[in-house]
Ligand binder design. Structure first.
Ligand SMILES: C[S@@+](CC[C@H](N)C(=O)[O-])C[C@H]1O[C@@H](n2cnc3c(N)ncnc32)[C@H](O)[C@@H]1O
Length: 234
């Protein structure tokens, strides 16, 4: 697996830790993270077939799961799927583990670092669905290069997504929404699945809410829910 130094534009822009973890959460993190965390095999690639206790029918990936509400709900609703969550913010990872333990969820594996490192270590066409929900908008122009939805990450996703796989992206930020659509439209590997323009403001039933979406709602901001399909031609 590569380290961040060898990845262009190397550092992660965001917090790795906020306030110290509560004693119980820290204990749960220490106990469960080693069991659920993802380590690449000798080849440098993640050996998906060895990752889960069950034999998943598909693998789904969430990038930047925050505190993990969406990931846990998807895992509970889809017990045959192997879910992979990626999040460098340790308080978020701890929040996910608390929910997994509380709800006895075992079909999630965690990568506690930058999504770029994980994507690099996933095999070609191995992921059937991917989620990037309410990524940090980095509104200032000089910070746009920090946006997670960018040409490099879309190329990495295109490599690891299966043909006809879904990429779901949600945002409450108008400018980032336009940016996301533009980046996806200029990438020939994806097409936007929009049956009707009104649909973007309606969260699909099988798309559980997230903490940031709820925050936006409380602040009176509408969100956009976009689904892209990885084209089948390559
Ligand atoms: C605004 S929060 C949204 C969290 C959650 N998806 C939600 O909707 O509530 C964006 C998250 O993306 C994570 N993030 C930022 N850069 C990342 C990267 N390179 N790889 C993985 N996660 C990243 C941040 O740590 C943060 O938790």
């Amino acid at each position: 697996m590569k380290d961040l130094e060898t990845i262009q534009g190397s550092r992660i822009y965001g917090r790795r830790q906020a306030k110290p973890l509560k004693e119980n959460s820290a204990a749960r993190l220490n106990e469960y993270l080693p069991k659920y965390s993802i380590k690449p095999g000798k080849s440098g690639f993640v050996e998906l077939s060895k990752l889960f206790d069950h034999n998943p029918t598909e693998y789904w990936l969430e990038i930047g799961f925050g505190k993990g509400e969406h990931l846990v709900e998807q895992a509970k609703a889809n017990p045959t799927i192997g879910l992979i969550g990626c999040e460098p913010f340790i308080n978020g990872v701890s929040g996910l583990i608390d929910q997994m333990v509380r709800d006895n969820v075992t079909n999630i594996r965690i990568f506690k670092d930058d999504a770029r490192l994980l994507m690099d270590a996933l095999p070609d066409q191995s992921i059937s669905r991917s989620f990037i929900l309410f990524p940090d908008p980095w509104p200032k122009k000089r910070h746009h290069k920090r946006r997670v939805v960018n040409p490099g990450n879309l190329a990495a996703l295109s490599r690891i997504l299966k043909k006809n796989a879904e990429l779901r992206i949600g945002t409450d930020h108008h400018d980032y929404c336009r940016w996301i659509l533009a980046r996806l439209m200029e990438n020939a590997d994806f097409e936007w699945k929009s049956e009707h323009p009104d649909n973007w403001h309606i969260r699909p039933d099988d798309w559980p809410p997230t903490r940031y979406e709820q925050k936006a709602l409380k602040a009176g901001r509408k969100s956009t829910y976009m689904t892209f399909i990885k084209k089948a031609y390559n």
